[in-house]
Unconditional design. Structure first.
Length: 304
C-alpha cells in the first residue's frame, strides 16, 4: 500500500505541473484573477507533491543513536508543511488577489481561453483524484471518505484526496467567476470567484493542519487494531490477561506496541521468555504494522 500512496502522489505531481503552466499562461493572456488564483493554487499543489516525496524519501533513513526508532515521522512533518503551504501560498494569496480584483475591477480578456484551460485542468485533476481514490479504497474499507481522512495514519493520501477534491471545486468556482464576468461584463464576479477559492483552500488547510498535528504528536492504534492486539497477546495457557497496553504510530507502517501481561504462576524464566516470544509473534501476525513490540510480564492484582 505504500507504493499505492506513492503512485497517487506522483500522479498528482504530474497533473499539477501541467495544469500550473497552462493556468499561468491563461492568466497572463486573459488577466483573470480567478485564473491567477487557480494558477497559484496549482503551483502550491505541485510544490506540495514534491514535499510529500521528499518526506517519504527521508523517512527511509536507517535508525541511529539519535533516532533509535527511525525517521518515519518525516512523512507526517512534511505533510504538515504542505498544509501550511496551502494556507499561506494558496488561501491567503487568493483572498488578497480577489479583493484587489473587486477594488480595481480589471476586465477579463479572451474568456474562452481561460474556460478552455479550466476544462483541460478539470480532466487532469479528475485523473489524479481517481488515482488517489483507487489507492485509498483498500485502506478506507467500509468507512466514509471523511472518516478515512480523519482516522488514517497515512499522511499522503488525505493530502492528495483533499487537494484534488478542492482543485475540482476550485475549478468550478473559477469557471463561474470567469463565465459570469464574461456574460455580465462586470469583473466583480471574477473577484468573488477568486475569494471563494481562497476560502476553500483555507478550509482544506485547516483540516490538514489539525490531522497532521495529531499524527506528529503521536496517534495510537485504531480500536480494531487494539482489539486484535489484545486477542493476540493472550493464549489462555501461559499469557492469561492483558494488564496494560499502549500503542503509537511512529510511521504509517510502523506501530510501537508496549504491553504488560499477566502470566501463569510458577513458570521458569525460560518458559516465560518463550511464551512472550510467541505472544510477540502473534501480535505481528495480527497487526503487520507492529514493528516494535515490547511485552513485560507482571502479576495480576485484584483491587481490595
Amino acid at each position: 500500500m505504500a507504493s499505492g500512496s506513492r503512485q497517487a502522489v506522483l500522479a498528482a505531481f504530474a497533473a499539477d505541473v501541467g495544469i500550473t503552466l497552462a493556468k499561468f499562461v491563461g492568466a497572463a493572456i486573459t488577466g483573470s484573477g480567478s485564473m491567477l488564483a487557480e494558477a497559484a493554487h496549482s503551483l502550491a499543489d505541485s510544490a506540495n507533491q514534491g514535499l510529500l516525496l521528499i518526506g517519504r524519501k527521508r523517512s527511509q533513513q536507517e535508525p541511529d543513536q539519535l533516532h533509535p526508532f527511525g525517521y518515519g515521522r518525516n512523512r507526517y512533518f512534511y505533510a504538515f508543511v504542505v498544509a501550511l503551504v496551502i494556507f499561506s501560498v494558496g488561501s491567503l494569496y487568493s483572498i488578497q488577489e480577489g479583493i484587489a480584483k473587486i477594488v480595481h475591477r480589471e476586465q477579463v480578456e479572451d474568456a474562452w481561453i481561460a474556460i478552455a484551460i479550466l476544462v483541460v485542468a478539470l480532466v487532469l485533476e479528475s485523473f489524479s483524484l481517481r488515482t488517489a481514490t483507487r489507492a485509498s479504497t483498500p485502506l478506507k474499507g467500509r468507512n466514509s471518505w471523511w472518516r478515512f481522512i480523519r482516522t488514517t495514519r497515512n499522511p499522503e493520501l488525505p493530502v492528495v484526496l483533499l487537494e484534488d477534491s478542492g482543485a475540482l471545486i476550485g475549478l468550478a468556482l473559477a469557471f463561474l467567476g470567469v463565465g459570469l464576468t464574461a456574460l455580465t461584463g462586470d469583473a466583480i464576479w471574477d473577484g468573488i470567484g477568486t475569494i471563494a477559492i481562497g476560502v476553500l483552500l483555507g478550509c482544506i488547510a485547516v483540516v490538514l493542519i489539525i490531522e497532521m498535528q495529531s499524527l506528529l504528536i503521536g496517534e495510537g492504534a485504531t480500536p480494531d487494531e487494539v482489539g486484535r492486539i489484545r486477542a493476540a497477546l493472550v493464549d489462555g495457557e501461559r499469557v492469561n490477561r492483558v494488564l496494560n497496553l499502549k500503542t503509537q504510530y511512529l510511521a504509517p507502517n510502523d506501530l510501537l506496541v508496549a504491553a504488560k501481561v499477566s502470566m501463569t504462576p510458577g513458570m521458569d524464566i525460560t518458559a516465560a521468555a518463550l511464551a512472550l516470544d510467541d505472544a510477540e509473534a502473534r501480535v505481528r501476525e495480527a497487526v503487520p504494522a507492529a514493528g516494535n513490540v515490547y511485552i513485560e510480564p507482571d502479576l495480576y492484582r485484584t483491587k481490595q
